[in-house]
Write a protein that binds this ligand. Structure first.
Ligand SMILES: [Zn+2]
Length: 351
């Protein structure tokens, strides 16, 4: 296979359900943001349904779930909710669904804790470490202030989660006739759950394997020396081992075949970004993360995009730095400047 295949037409976003494999239903939920929908999955068990991912915490989404669960699921109850990761389009209604239908919530520990941490995001953005991260990246104070304001006033902030059931790498969830093995992805979120049925060649990929967009991989202020791109690339290696004919059920866009092709496209994308940064540094000698961001993303609009772009640029700079291909210096003005190291200047990047 050299190209992705999209064998299933997507359902409408009004609660319509499309069966993508026996007992596996695809529902699309509208979202009032640039990424205008999320895919969620309903898995038929012996006695009821398991919901995978929830949509954003809005009245419209709650009403949609009420209607679908009471009218469209053959009268069988909801048994459980699984969230692939903590981002609010995936887990924003986890606590509501759990309380409303009295069902357990399955997540990884990493995602559960992140969700609890971000329930206090308004306190987090006031921390001096948070502000220093942006200042040290060289982002002008005015622009950074806009980012904090956006972070601290997220309209989709869900309530704090209080309890969960833990999913770990290699765990198996048996739902109806099917065994789903947990594959953990890192880099986009700390401990992202994918569910893989090797028997049927089905992968619920979450945001780890999207067909037409690249998931945000960012360095965060709370882990400023992290190397999330290395974690992300390692995760792609794990997903590449799925069966050739695996039908990938991604969280956004269309269901597709061609996991290996997509993995390679994503690797190529990140390699290009890394090469662009290396070339720029070789030409200019040094730059801040903010200047590198403007080079990679010259047409940014809005504070949320600034946040993701700065984090993503820093993730690429960090990958190069952890490899010893570039260096970093904290100048007396408390801004990090990246530069080409002497040893790496003539060396080809090994991939
Ligand atoms: Zn996500």
């Amino acid at each position: 296979m050299t190209e992705l295949e999209f064998p299933v037409a997507p359902p409408r976003t009004d609660g319509a359900l499309t069966e993508v494999a026996p007992g596996v239903l695809w529902m699309r939920i509208r979202m009032p943001i640039a990424l205008d929908h999320i895919n969620v999955w309903l898995l038929r068990g012996d006695d009821g349904w398991t919901i995978v991912d929830t949509g954003l915490p809005t009245d419209e989404t709650r009403a949609l779930w009420e209607r679908v669960i009471t009218q469209n699921l053959d009268g069988a109850p909801v048994e459980a909710v699984v969230c692939t990761h903590f981002h609010y389009d995936h887990a924003g209604l986890a606590s509501w669904l759990g309380e409303r239908f009295k069902v357990p919530l399955y997540m990884s520990l990493g995602e559960f804790l992140m969700m609890r941490m971000f329930a206090r995001v308004t306190e987090i953005v006031l921390q001096p470490e948070e502000r220093r991260f942006f200042a040290q990246a060289g982002m002008p104070a005015e622009r950074a202030t806009r980012v904090f304001a956006a972070l601290g006033s997220d309209p989709f902030l869900p309530p704090r989660l209080d309890q969960f059931r833990r999913l770990r790498a290699g765990d198996v969830l048996t739902i109806g006739p099917r065994r789903w093995k947990v594959i953990i992805g890192e880099g986009h979120s700390p401990e992202h759950v994918c569910l893989y049925s090797g028997q049927d060649g089905l992968l619920i990929g979450g945001d780890q394997l999207l067909p037409g967009i690249t998931s945000n991989v960012m360095v965060n202020a709370f882990e400023p020396d992290g190397n999330p791109l290395a974690l992300w690339l390692e995760s792609l290696d794990r997903l590449e081992r799925c069966r050739d004919d695996t039908l990938v059920l991604p969280s956004h866009q269309k269901v597709f075949r061609g996991a290996q092709v997509r993995v390679q496209q994503l690797r190529d994308h990140h390699r290009q970004q890394l090469e662009t940064l290396q070339r720029r540094l070789a030409e200019q000698g040094e730059c801040t993360a903010y200047e590198a961001m403007l080079a990679l993303y010259p047409h940014l609009r809005g504070a949320a995009n600034d946040l993701m772009a700065l984090g993503e640029t820093t993730a690429h700079l960090s990958w190069l730095r952890h490899r010893g291909l570039i260096g970093r210096r904290l100048d007396p003005d408390d801004i990090f400047r990246y530069n080409v190291t002497k040893a790496a200047a003539d060396e080809e990047m090994h991939w």
